[in-house]
Design a protein around this ligand. Structure first.
Ligand code: UDP
Length: 496
């Protein structure tokens, strides 16, 4: 028996959503820079959007062993793929359409690299468990990459225990019948979070009417699949989530922390060891860069940036509360408003005069911005965010304190950690009125600014350190270098 070494080769497969695609493509670029051949599998819908709105084909062309492949997501072209219809894609159409096609593509060798080599390793989104089954059948190692925070992964992981213990309010009476105060009960049964996690901070799926709710069940079950994978990867860093990570490693011992990925990639570019020259957003939306000119004309740390990410939707009333709150705060604001952010459009699009005037004087609104660039701009002093994990990490690295208005999924937990554990801002979950928005914006930008800036500066330092050479010296066992070694090992093919 002899060992034959070939160029390492990995198939990466993100969940079809902006934050997941972003993280995976950042990872793909980092692995490519380390000499690993990659096939990146996106849904047809997202692949077409990426090609249409970005330069990905040119950008990735400098990696010789890189190829894009695509697969249907099973939805009609005009399906919104956002808001409460996002989960239709997540569980229904992916299971019905994408899963069998994926199996077929793997079995028929359609996803092999140009060298015709069998895929030795799949890095799949940790929300998808079927690649583990396919991997087991074909003798391929599968790494689960959850693109969420460690703290929310752990909360997801514990849903089953909470239900079984019967201690948790997820019972057949559930949250619809809970009084407002009940939502503030502390959850004592999640290790590492006993003192600050309330019912309202659990992932949004826990607000289901009963424990048989299909989304709750699916989320619970899929998270429990990760220990079956060869390893778990999280886009996080030890100084941020060390305590929770130590709990996760009791269930998934090989848990790599490779974040913040976008900062990692940027630091590689700065080291000038690559043909790639700049960081470009991997956006599924048309990026409007005009806001950068507007930002250039604003005073230092004066602007609050507002964005609710790629999936959040809100009612027109909620939009108006935020808008009035921002205008009434008298602070300057830059607002990234996706064209499909607002549901229930009522056709009366006339903007009240005071909002129009206030926005003309102090605001700038645009469909989709280059967010990393915006957050790094010297005029930005705060971020009103939905607490998506990518946005949270981008804000941490840019040293920008946050106001959190979580919409769904992991965001409810992230926002609690931002405010209570990391002290990087304020959490206004479950509240949406103009008086509160005005008050909280003023607190973040003025009254409590110093306190938040102190924590933000320190956390940004730790985030940058975690992607630096210095971090390697601290010998974390499960960092990016170790992951790359692990992948190389998987690519050593055993032959007779
Ligand atoms: N984003 C962007 N421009 C915008 C709004 C968001 O480039 O105008 C990017 C942002 O930088 C982040 C991603 O979209 O990388 C959103 O991911 P996140 O995990 O924060 O939230 P999701 O969209 O998944 O809810």
């Amino acid at each position: 028996m002899e060992l034959e070494s070939k160029a390492p080769y990995v198939l990466i497969f993100p969940l079809p959503a902006q934050g997941h695609v972003n993280s995976m493509l950042n990872l793909a670029q980092l692995l490519s820079l380390s000499g690993i051949n990659i096939t990146s599998l996106n849904t047809d819908h997202n692949h077409n959007r990426l090609v249409f709105h970005t330069d990905i084909l040119d950008r990735f062309a400098c990696f010789l062993g890189f190829q894009f492949k695509s697969i249907p997501d099973g939805l009609l072209a005009d399906h919104p793929r956002a808001g409460d219809r996002f989960m239709e894609m997540f569980f229904d159409s992916i299971t019905l359409v994408t899963e069998p096609l994926f199996k077929e593509m793997m079995l028929s060798g359609q996803l092999n690299s140009a060298t015709g080599q069998l895929v030795p390793c799949i890095i799949t989104d940790g929300s998808l468990s079927f690649p583990i089954d396919v991997g087991n059948k074909l003798g391929i190692l599968v790494i689960h990459f959850r693109t969420i925070s460690a703290c929310s992964f752990w909360a997801y992981f514990y849903i089953q225990d909470m239900i079984e213990a019967g201690k948790h309010p997820i019972r057949d009476t559930m949250v619809t019948t809970l009084e407002k105060e009940d939502m503030d009960y502390f959850i004592r049964s999640v290790p590492g979070k006993e003192t600050f996690l309330r019912i309202r901070d659990l992932p949004s799926f826990c607000r289901a009417r009963n424990t048989t709710d299909s989304n709750l069940q699916q989320v619970k079950n899929m998270t429990r699949q990760s220990p079956r994978a060869h390893a778990l990867m999280l886009n996080s860093f030890e100084d941020l989530e060390g305590l929770v990570l130590s709990h996760i490693r009791t269930k998934c011992p090989k848990t790599y922390t490779i974040g913040p990925l976008h900062a990692f990639f940027k630091s590689k570019l700065e080291s000038k060891t690559t043909l790639l020259q700049s960081v470009s957003p991997n956006s599924l939306f048309e990026v409007d860069k005009s806001c950068m000119v507007w930002l250039d004309a604003q005073p230092l740390k004066y602007v609050i940036y507002v964005s609710f990410g790629s999936i959040t939707v809100m009612t027109k009333d909620e939009l108006m509360e935020f808008w009035y709150g921002l205008v009434n705060s008298k602070k300057r604001f830059l607002w990234s408003i996706r064209p499909d952010l607002v549901t229930q459009k009522d056709g009366k699009d006339q903007i009240p005069l005071e909002l129009f005037e206030g926005t003309k004087d102090r605001g700038y609104m645009v469909g989709w911005v280059p967010q990393e660039e915006v957050l790094a701009h010297q005029a930005i002093g705060g971020f009103l965010t939905h607490s998506g994990w990518n946005s949270t990490l981008e804000s941490i690295v840019a040293e920008v304190p946050m106001i959190c208005w979580p919409y769904f999924a992991d965001q409810q937990t992230n926002s609690r950690f931002v405010s209570e554990v990391w002290k990087l801002g304020m959490d206004m979950k479950d509240v949406c009125d103009r008086v509160m928005v005005k008050k909280i914006v003023n607190h973040l930008m003025e009254k409590r600014r110093e306190i938040f800036m102190k924590s933000a500066t320190e956390m940004a330092r730790l985030a940058k350190e975690s992607v630096s050479e210095a971090c390697k010296k601290r010998h974390y066992h499960y960092n990016l270098d170790h992951l790359i070694k692990d992948i190389r090992l998987m690519s050593v093919i055993t032959t007779k």
